[in-house]
Design a protein around this ligand. Sequence first.
Ligand SMILES: [Zn+2]
Length: 312
Amino acid sequence: MKTVLRSNDPCWCGSGRKYKRCHKLSDEPVRPGNVSPRRSVPTSIVHPDYAEGGVPGSGSTSAIQKPEVIERMRRAGRMAAEVLALAAAEVAPGVTTEHIDEVVHEACIERGVYPSTLGYKGYPKSCCTSVNEVICHGIPDDRALRDGDIINIDVTVFVDGVHGDTSATYPVGEIAPESQELIDATREATWLGIRAVQPERPIGDIGKSIAGFVEPMGYGVVRVFGGHGIGERFHTSLHIPHYYEPRADTLLKPNMVFTVEPMITMGSYHHRVWPDAWTAVTTDLKRTAQFEHTVVVTKTGAEVLTLPPESR
Ligand SMILES: [Zn+2]
């Protein structure tokens, strides 16, 4: 609908203003902005091993975690969700993604936690902010959010030696109905994926459930990026496809901990990466949304470690 609007047509939002003077700005492709210098974390906060050199160390990559590790991850998950909620409260037209990053960074330091993305493989910021056609790994910069944008904020924290990882997609001001539908479908798909988690069932069940819901609606499911095992390391070797992959036959086991984080697209699920080597965008520049939780497999299903403060 939006794509056929011409500059002088009335805007889709019903404001009565011409499209070019209203929401056209938020339909333009996202461009790289200026990235501010790296923020520091006090040495009193325990840093992950990659914080200086950028390279995660070797060590156990098992996705099955000991109960005492899971107990620490409950706290990390809660903290990540709290920080995400604070960041989300800042989302508004005119606010830069740089500001959101600053809020995330300061909220982490206040809690004595390290923002896991900072320095990870050279990543320069304390969260990821992925706007409109950015699938994931958008770097906060001086671009101001525009009325009609959608933004995913992805927060991971490191505390007590473990990581907690969560993200959500938010509307900026008034968004087009099709953008709201994408966000709602992606949130629902994430929960369907989480509900598909059952011990002794194959990992492929998760993507089967997600794709089975969104693909009939005409959406795409990003294949290149998936969920990941998580624990004392930010990413363990376990990979969770969000599309249906019948060969993903690894069985889910109690105490496995991983993320479910489907990236759902309005058009193509193919991506390209900006010259910054991080920002992944859809090849057709159509919008994409994502939600993410860290979950642990229980004897009967999944426990979500990153529930937002209001829904606990
Ligand atoms: Zn408008």
